[in-house]
Design a binder for this molecule. Sequence first.
Ligand code: 2RA
Length: 338
Amino acid sequence: MAVNVAVVGATGAVGDLIRTVLAERQFPVRTIKFLASEKSAGKTVTFAGKTYPVEPIRAEAFAGVQIVLSSTPSSVSKEFSPIAAKAGAIVVDNSSAWRMDPDCPLVVPEVNADQLHHIKKGIVANPNCVAIPLCVALKPLHDLGGVKRVVVCTYQSSSGKGAKGLADFESQLAAFAAGGPVPAPTAHRAQLAGNVITLDWTLDPNGYTEEENKVINETKKILGDATIGVNPTCVRVPVRVSHSEAVTVEFHRPVSVAAAKAALAVAPGVVLMDETKGEFPQPLHATGTDHTYVGRVRQDPSCANSLSLWVVADNLRKGAASNAVQCAEELVKRGIVK
Ligand code: 2RA
């Protein structure tokens, strides 16, 4: 079944990739329109060989649209996603506005696509770019041993701050490589070239950053178990694209390295890399793909029922655009969009 689609926030870094991924995956489009803020007025985009005008985000634009793929700031999403839903569309929303709303499923298709059958507000929330690959990797392990506690340290790329973050990093990197004075940061919290930053996000009152609190809350919601303990430390590193995660997971029941590897090897969305063959997941490998790469699976020497692993995924694709398109594919495949 082909559907009427609108891409909202079409000129942003993720909106741009949503268009690419829709075309790559041959999403069944009947009609498509591209919406963005007034700042993008007059711009055009191309899709499947055709040129489309970028239209302003207005209530009337959603008439007849069945699926909206939205990637806008939360404030825009809070205003327009309910309007699109009221007009009859199902919105797959990439902002953080709806993620913890109990009436909005928070979906990673490889993990909890069944939640798409429980849409109450016409909005499906697309999770945070750290939580998505973390849950893709944890799901087969959770099924094996029941995850009790997760400690995760992230190595997040500059592009997590969008096109502005990347432009900031690129200009710093050029100056750094030339040995000259590095310009003051414009998007990142501190110089990123030759540095790492653990406070690149707003600090919340509990001492964790907003990003870390997203990882805590969203991981529990996606895995469907509020009792799981999650302790993240999020760090920005001088990498252009793809987030890496050092994960230590404690289980309720014993899980051997062999059993974990066997489960990960057949888990949807996972590419398991074999360190005994010198393979290890790297941002440079993950970038441009929709897979979650997992490697370095090993026994935690400090705790009995615990394993450590290394997880890498493209934060703009699997962490955002591709996960949203996969949700849309499931909405069509499952007959939820009619
Ligand atoms: C980051 N998770 O990497 C954010 C982007 N959504 O900063």
